[in-house]
Design a protein around this ligand. Structure first.
Ligand code: HEC
Length: 124
């Protein structure tokens, strides 16, 4: 019993210390904007991945896939999200999402008009 009373006392002191802490505004935290979200695109799959793929994890899982990943890999990955992990998106959305993913993060990036990046690569 006595130890309970002591515990309550310790808690009150801890709470008081928290309340006395300086206002949170003193800390200026800037989150990295580009890493957690999908790269903007005019492709129809872009709004779909934003809607369907950020429910369970950030876009970092996608960003860290090998850039040489072909269309079939993305198709298999997207299907795995649905079949194995239970993602809730319509089968009709899959083709457009795969198209966006392979052209933005995979083997077809050059075809999607990343001309600057591809010429820089070719000059090396
Ligand atoms: C229902 C939750 C859920 C949704 C929605 C979801 N994922 Fe995943 N995703 C997972 C889980 C769970 C993993 C596996 C984590 C692990 O293996 O450590 C994963 C892993 C991944 C990986 C890593 C490679 C791999 O094969 O494990 C990629 C890439 C990926 N997801 C892409 C997507 C894309 C693209 C979408 C949208 C079409 C999506 N995810 C939607 C749950 C989800």
């Amino acid at each position: 019993m006595r130890s309970h009373a002591n515990m309550a006392c310790v808690l009150k002191i801890a709470l008081a210390a928290l309340c006395a802490a300086p206002p949170a505004g003193a800390l200026d935290i800037t989150l990295p904007a580009e890493t957690a979200s999908f790269k903007a695109s005019n492709l129809p799959g872009y709004p779909l991945v934003q809607q369907n793929c950020l429910v369970c994890h950030s876009a970092q899982y996608v960003q860290f896939q090998p850039p040489s990943s072909p269309r079939g890999y993305w198709e298999a990955t997207v299907r795995k999200m649905k079949k194995t992990f239970g993602a809730q998106f319509a089968d009709e959305d899959i083709a457009a999402m795969v198209d966006y993913l392979v052209k933005t993060y995979g083997a077809e990036r050059v075809a999607a008009g990343e001309v600057g990046a591809s010429t820089a690569y070719a000059r090396r």
